[in-house]
Design a protein around this ligand. Structure first.
Ligand code: SF4
Length: 818
C-alpha cells in the first residue's frame, strides 16, 4: 500500500484567544494511525466506536472512520472539518457528521495543536482565556479576577488539552465565580502535632510536607487559599530535622511524603528517601502525587528520569526491608490518559504499589457508571483502589462540589453490584481528628443542635489515643466523648437522608474470651479452596461458577463452552482460577487457561487462588514466578492483570518465607491479596485481627476481605461460636485507629445472592434472636438479567425491592444498627 502524503498545512484560529495554529495533514494522519493501532479498544474508546471502525489495521480503520464521517478517501477534508470544532473553545464532545469522536483520540490530535509542555501560573482573566482558549462570559470577568487573586490558578498544558474536550476535567481546574461564596472553613486541620515540615495526626505515621506548591491547582483543594500556595518551601536542613524526629520516635512506622507535590522538589525528595532509609523502625514510604493524572510529563520527561529514580530507590528500600508506595488521586475517567496508565504499569511492574484515592465531587463523579469506568481503567493497569472521600473538603469556595453524605454512601451500592470486588474503594470521611470508614469504624450520629450545616460523626479515636503526640486534639470544643468511650466530632456536611443518623452505640459489658487455637480441620489446605464466593446464578459447566455480575470462578478443567460463556458476556471482568493442587502440577493447565482468557478483551484480571502460597511457600520457585510473570499483561491497552489470592487466620501463620515469596511476586507486578474469615473465639477480637492486618502489610499482602459471616468455613464453625456485631465495629475501629490506614480490609458478608459490604451495602434486621440482612446492592431484575430463569432462594423475602436473607453465625449483643 502506498504511503499517504499530504504536506498541506491546516490553519485554525482559536475562537476565544484569537491565536492561530497550523498543523500538517500528514502529522494528523500519522497521529491518528498511531492512536488507532495502539489504543482503539473498548476501554479507551467505546464499543460503538469499535463497531464503526471494524477489524483490521490502523489504515483500514481510519479509512472507515473518515468514510462514516462523510470524507471517504479525503483525510484532508476530514481534518479540515475537525480542527475548527476543536478550536471552537467549548468544552465537550466533538462530532463530525453525527459521529462522536473518542475523547482520547482527540487528546492525541490536540498534542499537535497545543504541543507545549510544562505548566503555567495564571495571573488574570485575559491570560486564562489566552492559555485555555475557553470562553469566559463578559459579565463574569470582574468576579473571576477576584477569584484568581484569592485562590491562585495553575494549569499544566496536559490539563489545558483535557479541559478543551472534557467539562468534567474543566470543572476541577477552571476557576469559577462561586468560589467567592464565603461558606466553609479556612482550613480543615486542627490539633495535630506540627514541627517544621512534619505533621502528625496518627500515632504510627507522620507526613512530611516537602514542597508547598503543585503543578496544577485543583479548585476543590483544601490548601486553595493564597497563603497556603505561597508558603515558603522547606529546605534540606528542615528535612533532616524531621528525619531526626522520626529517628527518635520508634512508634512511627510509615511516612507520607507529600505537599503540594513533593516530586517538584527533587532535593527534598532525595534527602527524605535517603535519610529515612537508614531508620530501622520505618517500614513504608508513601509518596503522594496527583501528577500521574494531571502532569504525567513529570515522570516521563527527561528520559523518564523520575520513573527510573523511583525504581532504583525502591530496590534500595527493599534491601533495607522497607517498601515504597505511590499515592495518587484520580477523580473522573476523562483524567485517565495512556500516559498515566503507562506510568502506573511501569511502577507496579517494578514492585511499587500504586494506590488511588478519589474525592467525591458533586456533578463530576457522583454517578456509579463514571466511577465504575474510572476504577476499571486503573485496576487493569495495576492500581489498588483505596478510598472514596465523602464529601470533598468543606473549605471556602468549595460548596459547589459538596454533596450530601448519603449520596456518597449510596454510591457503594452501585459499585458493589457492578464492579469487581477488587476494584471497589472503601468509603471514607476525613474528619479533622482522623479518618473513619462508613459503618465499620464510624457513622453519622445526629444533627448538631441548632446548626443545620453540622452533624456529629462517630470516630474510632479516643482521648487517650492523642495523649502521646497531640494532646490538644482531644480538648477541642467541637468534640465529645460518647457513651462507648470514643470521640464524636462535629463535621460540616449535610446528611441527605435523615434515616442515616444511627445515634450512639451503647457500651457493651466486655467479653473476655481468649483466642482458641485453630482447629485442625480449618488448617487443611483444601479449606482454602472454599474461600471463594457462592454461585449466584447458573452458567457454564460444573467447573464454572458465576459468583457476581463481573466475576466467575473456574476450576482449571473448564470446557470450551465455559470459555465461550465468558466471551459472550462483556460484563465479566474478573476470572478466578481455583485449585487445590500444587502449582507445579497445574502450571501447564493454568497458563494455557490464562492464554485463552487473554483473548477475551473485556476480562482484565485473572486471579489464581493458590493454597500453596499459604502452606508451602518454599515450593513456588523463582522459575515458576518467572513463568507466571509472563502471563501477567500489565499494559495500557487490553491489560490482563494477574493476582494471587491467599488466606490466613492469624498473624502467627505468616513467616519470613511468605514475605520473601510475596516480594518476588510483587517485583514482577503480581499482586498478592488475602481473604480471612472471622471465626468465633479464634480470631474475632480486635488484637488478633489488628496483628494479622499488620503482618499482612509487613509481608506485602493486600488484605482484601475480612469475611464477617456467611462463608462456608464460618457456617460450620460459627454456628456454635457466633460473631458478635459489636466485635466487628471494635475490630474495624482498632484497625482504623492504630493501623497504617492502608492495611484495613473490606468487611464482607457472604450470601447465596452475593457478597455485600458490612453495613455499607447492607442493613441489619434485629429481632427474634436472629440477624437478617437486607442486601442493598441487589434486586430481582439484577439476577434476572444474568439468568432469565432465576428464582430467589426459599428463605429470601423482598422488602422495599431488596432481598432480605438470614445471616447465620452472626449475633448482636445490642440493638444497635451495626
Ligand atoms: S494535587 Fe492535592 S494538594 Fe495539589 S492542588 Fe490538587 S488537591 Fe491540592
Amino acid at each position: 500500500m502506498a504511503t499517504y502524503q499530504n504536506t498541506t498545512q491546516i490553519t485554525v484560529r482559536w475562537r476565544n484567544s484569537g491565536e492561530e495554529r497550523s498543523v500538517s495533514v500528514d502529522s494528523l494522519y500519522r497521529k491518528s494511525l498511531e492512536f488507532l493501532e495502539l489504543y482503539a479498544n473498548a476501554d479507551l474508546t467505546s464499543e460503538k466506536f469499535l463497531a464503526l471502525i471494524g477489524e483490521g489495521g490502523a489504515r483500514q480503520r481510519f479509512a472507515r472512520l473518515i468514510e462514516a464521517c462523510g470524507y471517504e478517501d479525503d483525510p484532508a477534508g476530514f481534518f479540515g472539518a475537525l480542527l475548527p470544532e476543536l478550536a471552537a473553545g467549548k468544552s465537550g464532545p466533538k462530532r463530525i457528521n453525527g459521529i462522536i469522536l473518542p475523547y482520547r483520540y482527540l487528546m492525541a490530535l490536540l498534542e499537535l495543536l497545543i504541543p507545549q509542555k510544562g505548566f503555567v501560573s495564571i495571573g488574570d482573566v485575559d491570560q486564562l482565556v489566552a492559555k485555555t482558549n475557553l470562553m469566559v462570559p463578559e459579565a463574569a470577568r470582574t468576579e473571576l479576577q477576584k477569584v484568581i487573586e484569592t485562590y491562585p490558578v495553575r494549569l499544566s498544558y496536559h490539563t489545558i488539552r483535557q479541559m478543551l474536550l472534557s467539562p468534567d476535567v474543566a470543572y476541577q481546574y477552571m476557576p469559577f465565580v462561586e468560589e467567592l461564596d464565603p461558606v466553609g472553613h479556612t482550613n480543615t486541620w486542627i490539633g495535630q502535632f506540627h514541627q517544621g515540615l512534619l505533621e502528625q495526626m496518627y500515632q504510627n505515621r507522620v507526613i512530611f510536607l516537602l514542597n508547598m506548591s503543585c503543578p496544577v491547582y485543583c479548585r476543590f483543594c483544601f490548601r486553595k487559599h493564597k497563603e497556603s500556595r505561597n508558603e515558603k518551601n522547606p529546605t534540606v536542613e528542615d528535612v533532616n530535622r524531621a528525619i531526626a524526629h522520626v529517628e527518635k520516635s520508634p512508634s512511627i512506622k510509615e511516612i507520607v511524603l507529600t505537599g503540594g507535590d513533593p516530586f517538584l522538589n527533587r532535593s527534598n525528595m532525595a534527602a527524605a528517601i535517603d535519610g529515612l532509609m537508614g531508620i530501622d523502625h520505618v517500614q513504608s514510604l508513601r509518596l503522594a502525587t496527583r501528577s500521574l493524572a494531571y502532569y504525567p510529563e513529570l515522570f516521563l520527561g527527561k528520559g523518564e528520569w523520575y520513573l527510573n529514580y523511583l525504581k532504583q530507590k525502591n530496590l534500595e528500600l527493599q534491601l533495607h526491608g522497607k517498601r515504597m508506595e505511590i499515592a495518587t488521586h484520580f477523580i473522573h475517567p476523562d483524567e485517565v490518559s495512556p500516559e498515566s496508565l503507562g506510568i502506573i504499569t511501569e511502577l507496579v511492574k517494578s514492585g511499587i504499589a500504586v494506590y488511588v484515592q478519589t474525592p467525591f465531587l458533586q456533578h463530576c463523579n457522583d454517578t456509579g457508571p463514571e466511577l465504575q469506568k474510572l476504577f476499571r481503567l486503573l485496576r487493569g493497569a495495576g492500581a489498588e483502589m483505596h478510598y472514596i472521600y465523602i464529601p470533598c473538603s468543606p473549605i471556602h469556595g468549595n460548596s459547589v462540589y459538596w454533596s450530601p453524605l448519603s449520596d456518597g454512601i449510596d454510591i457503594a451500592e452501585y459499585l458493589r453490584a457492578h464492579l469487581s470486588d477488587r476494584s471497589v474503594p472503601k468509603i471514607c470521611t476525613a474528619t479533622p481528628i482522623g479518618k473513619m470508614e462508613w459503618y465499620t469504624s464510624g457513622w453519622a450520629v445526629e444533627q448538631v443542635e441548632g446548626q443545620e450545616n453540622f452533624i456529629w460523626i462517630r470516630t474510632p479515636y479516643t482521648p487517650d489515643y492523642f495523649k502521646s503526640f497531640a494532646p490538644m486534639a482531644s480538648k477541642l470544643p467541637n468534640i465529645r466523648v460518647n457513651e462507648e468511650g470514643t470521640l464524636d466530632i462535629q463535621y460540616m456536611a449535610k446528611i441527605g437522608k435523615a434515616s442515616y443518623f444511627l445515634g450512639s452505640r451503647p457500651l457493651r459489658i466486655k467479653k473476655t474470651t481468649l483466642p482458641l487455637s485453630i482447629p485442625d480441620k480449618l488448617q487443611l489446605p483444601a479449606a482454602s479452596a472454599l474461600l471463594g464466593s457462592q454461585q449466584i446464578v447458573k452458567g457454564g459447566s460444573a467447573a464454572l461458577s458465576r459468583v457476581h455480575e463481573t466475576r466467575v470462578e473456574l476450576q482449571s478443567d473448564v470446557t470450551e463452552a465455559d470459555i465461550d460463556y465468558i466471551r459472550s458476556d462483556t460484563l465479566i471482568s474478573d476470572v478466578i482460577i481455583r485449585t487445590s493442587s500444587l502449582l507445579a502440577e497445574e502450571l501447564h493447565e493454568i497458563s494455557s487457561l490464562i492464554g485463552k482468557i487473554g483473548t477475551i478483551d473485556h476480562v482484565n484480571a485473572v486471579r489464581i487462588s493458590l493454597p500453596e502460597v499459604n502452606y508451602a511457600p518454599e515450593s513456588i520457585s523463582p522459575a515458576m514466578i518467572q513463568h507466571l510473570a509472563s502471563c501477567n499483561r500489565l499494559t495500557v491497552s487490553n491489560p490482563l492483570r494477574l493476582e494471587i489470592e491467599t488466606w490466613f487466620i492469624n498473624a502467627n501463620q505468616i513467616t519470613e518465607m511468605h514475605s520473601a515469596l510475596v516480594r518476588r511476586l510483587n517485583n514482577k507486578g503480581i499482586t498478592v491479596y488475602a481473604n480471612t474469615p472471622l471465626l468465633g473465639e479464634i480470631n474475632d477480637n480486635p488484637d488478633e485481627i489488628y496483628n494479622l492486618t499488620y503482618a499482612y502489610r509487613r509481608a506485602g499482602i493486600e488484605f482484601h476481605h475480612l469475611y464477617v459471616a456467611g462463608h462456608p468455613i464460618q457456617k460450620a464453625w460459627n454456628e456454635k461460636h457466633p460473631i458478635d456485631m459489636y466485635d466487628v465495629v471494635d475490630i474495624a475501629s482498632k484497625i482504623r485507629r492504630e493501623g497504617s490506614g492502608r492495611e484495613g480490609p473490606r468487611y464482607i458478608l457472604q450470601t447465596p445472592l452475593g457478597d455485600v459490604y458490612y453495613g455499607l451495602t447492607s442493613s441489619f434486621i434485629h429481632g427474634g434472636g436472629d440477624i437478617r440482612v437486607k442486601l442493598d446492592s441487589y434486586d430481582l431484575p439484577y439476577f434476572k438479567a444474568l439468568d432469565s430463569s432465576y428464582t430467589l432462594p426459599k428463605d429470601v423475602f423482598i422488602d422495599d425491592g431488596k432481598p432480605v436473607i438470614p445471616m447465620p453465625g452472626l449475633v448482636s449483643s445490642t440493638n444497635f444498627p451495626v
